[in-house]
Design a protein around this ligand. Structure first.
Ligand SMILES: NC(=O)C1=CN([C@@H]2O[C@H](COP(=O)(O)OP(=O)(O)OC[C@H]3O[C@@H](n4cnc5c(N)ncnc54)[C@H](O)[C@@H]3O)[C@@H](O)[C@H]2O)C=CC1
Ligand SMILES: O=C(CO)COP(=O)(O)O
Length: 317
């Protein structure tokens, strides 16, 4: 039997542990604080799916495993990686490290160059995966064999795992969609309507595509699960923490106030400024990301953010 350890017992870590357990693997869950996983109020629908007794939950790092599935928020990833055993790693967090502007696979290469890595992304709400509802995602790795090898034991007819070698495009899609989801939520919260939201999602995809090209990724990846797939899900559903964050801001809440009512992490809040820094470094124009980063930092009000986007001259599509 394959031994798989999931590191991180938040919403997504618990859902992945449940799914992987159903594939027949022997699952261990590493939790920073085993008694405090899924704090009250977090993802109520996930609470309907308790972990089976044979999933061991512990705060002790295992010495061996066949696969490490790492589900720690990006800003804390580097602090957990040094403790991973020698085994391939599947990174499942979507964002960019603020201090270094590294994507998750770059963080792994920096902190644990001895480990092979792959990255999982796609339209996947934790509570639906926990409920065993059908879904699909993409696993990216530099070597296709690595992506296939990691996908094989955790893939199932209900969680269809496609593979890719475009690590840049897949990681960028996963990071950028959270920023665009905040913008989409703010658009709806401010009452600007569904036409405006659809336009914003489309133009958000366009700026992410420009950035993917500049970073050496493939714009076609953004037509896939990690791009438009995840944008469609996250930018249209209040089950998304990033969308809910935007919704609250659009309705006039302050950032700190909105953050305290969220059930879990909203990676887009830290990703916005990091993504903007990367875009500036590569001379790529990303008006939506720039506006959201300025809005989140408090240098633009909601009304100014709206004016800034609406006053841009429409160009050739
Ligand atoms: N919830 C979802 O539906 C999905 C989430 N993701 C991504 O997965 C990542 C994790 O998200 P969730 O599990 O939903 O977040 P969450 O907020 O539910 O849980 C985060 C977990 O990380 C742990 N953690 C935080 N700081 C830590 C540290 N310094 N050391 C060790 N553990 C630490 C917390 O204790 C908590 O268990 C994020 O990058 C998110 O974008 C990706 C796909 C779906
Ligand atoms: O990544 C996700 C769905 O694919 C989860 O989105 P949120 O982090 O915005 O809840």
């Amino acid at each position: 039997m394959t031994n798989i350890t999931v590191f991180g017992a938040g919403a997504w870590g618990c859902a992945l542990a449940l799914h992987i357990h159903k594939t027949g693997a022997n699952v261990r869950l590493w939790a920073r604080n085993p008694s405090a996983r899924l704090p009250s109020g977090a993802m109520p629908r996930l609470r309907d799916h308790p972990l089976p007794a044979d999933i061991t939950v512990s705060d002790t790092f295992p010495v061996t495993t066949d696969l490490s599935v790492v589900v720690i928020p990006v800003q804390h990833l580097a602090s957990v990686l040094p403790h991973l055993p020698q085994a391939p790693v599947l990174l499942c967090c979507k964002g960019i490290e603020q201090t270094t502007l590294d994507f998750p696979l770059e963080i792994l290469a920096r902190v644990r160059p001895d480990l092979k890595g792959a990255f999982l992304s796609g339209p996947n709400f934790a509570h639906e995966i926990a409920a065993g509802l059908p879904a699909a995602a993409v696993i990216a790795a530099t070597q296709h064999e690595t992506a296939q090898h990691i996908a094989e034991p955790i893939s199932s007819p209900l969680f269809r795992l496609y593979t890719s070698t475009d690590c840049t495009g897949v990681q960028l899609g996963g990071a950028a969609k959270n920023v665009i989801a905040i913008a989409a939520g703010a658009t709806m919260g401010a009452g600007l309507g569904e036409n405006a939201r659809a336009a914003l999602i489309t133009r958000g995809l366009a700026e992410t595509g420009r950035l993917a090209t500049a970073l050496g990724g493939q714009p076609a990846t953004l037509s896939g699960l990690a791009g438009i797939g995840d944008l469609l899900l996250t930018c249209t559903s209040p089950a998304s923490r990033n969308y809910r964050m935007g919704l609250a801001l659009g309705q006039g809440s302050r950032k700190e106030e909105a953050l305290t009512t969220l059930p879990g992490v909203a990676e887009g809040v830290t990703t916005a400024s990091a993504l903007l820094s990367i875009a500036r470094r590569h001379n790529v124009h990303v008006p939506i990301t720039e506006t959201i980063a300025s809005f989140l930092s408090g240098s633009l009000t909601l009304a100014q953010a709206q004016d800034k986007l609406l006053s841009r001259p429409p160009g050739f599509e």
